[in-house]
Design a protein around this ligand. Sequence first.
Ligand code: GUN
Length: 295
Amino acid sequence: MSAKIISGTEVAKAIREELKVEVTELVEKHGITPGLVTILVGEDPASQSYVAAKNKTAHALGIHSEQVTLAADTTEADLLTLVDKYNKDAKIHGILVQLPLPKHINEANVLYAINPDKDVDGFHPVNVGKMVLGEQCFLPCTPHGILELLVRSGVQTSGAEVVVIGRSNIVGKPIANLMLQKRAGGNATVTLCHTRTKDMAAHCRRADILIAAVGVPKMVTADMVKEGVAIIDVGVNRIGMTEAGKAILAGDVDFESVKEKASCITPVPGGVGPMTITMLMKNTVQAAKIAAKLI
Ligand code: GUN
C-alpha cells in the first residue's frame, strides 16, 4: 500500500479562504481589522523564516500585521515593556513572541506577560488551563492545526489508539490532551512517549494514529509502525542546504519507507507547517471578534 498524502497546504488553503470571508465581513460590517504583532528576538534563520511566513499570510488575508525584530542582546525588561505596549494597543488583537528566546531571557516571564485575551499562541497558563478543562480558549496553533487536518481528512479519531512522540509544551502535551477530550478530533486513547519511554517502537506499533513531534530527522522507521496507520509528522529538521542556499527539510518520520505501510501521511514540508500558520490567523480573527464582543 502507498499512503494517501494529507496535504496541509490544501487544507490550509481551504481554511484561509474561509478566513478571508470572515475578515472581509469584520471590516465591512463592523469596521474592525484584525491585528497581529509578531516579535522576534535575534537572528535564528528558522525563526526568521517562520515569522516572515506568518506576516505574509496575515497580509494575504487582510489582517493588519506588524513585525518587530529585536537584537539578540535585547534585555528581558525591554521585551516586557514592548509586550505591555501591545497589550494596550487597540489595533492589535494578537501578540506572538517567537520561540525559542535567547538564553538570557526567561521565556515564562514573557509568555505570562501577554494579555491572555491576546494570547493567539495559546501559551499563557490561563489558556493552557482552559484548554485542559475543555473550555473555550485560544488553542495552541500546531495541535489545533493537527486536529483540523485529521477531521478534514476524515481520519477517525474516536476510539483510536493514538501515540504521540514528544512531550513539549508546544506540541506533545497539548495534542495528547486535546485528543483524549470529548470533541471533534478527540475521543481517542492516548499514549505519550518521550525520551525515557521503554521500548518506544512497541508503543508506536500499536498506534492507529502516530504523531511524531521530536525534532530528530527520520526517527520513525517502517519497522516501528503497523499497516494502515495514519501518520502526522510535526518535525521540521534542516538536514542540509541546496546549492542555491535553500534549507533541505526532513520530518521526524522516514517518509519514503513509512508511506508504504501507512494509510495516510503528512509530508514535510507541506503538512503540519502551513496548518500552524493558518490556525494562528484563525486565532487572531477570533481574538478580534471577542474584543468586539461579537462572540
Ligand atoms: N516556535 C516554534 N513553534 C512556535 C509557535 O507555535 N509559536 C511561537 N511563538 N514560537 C514557536
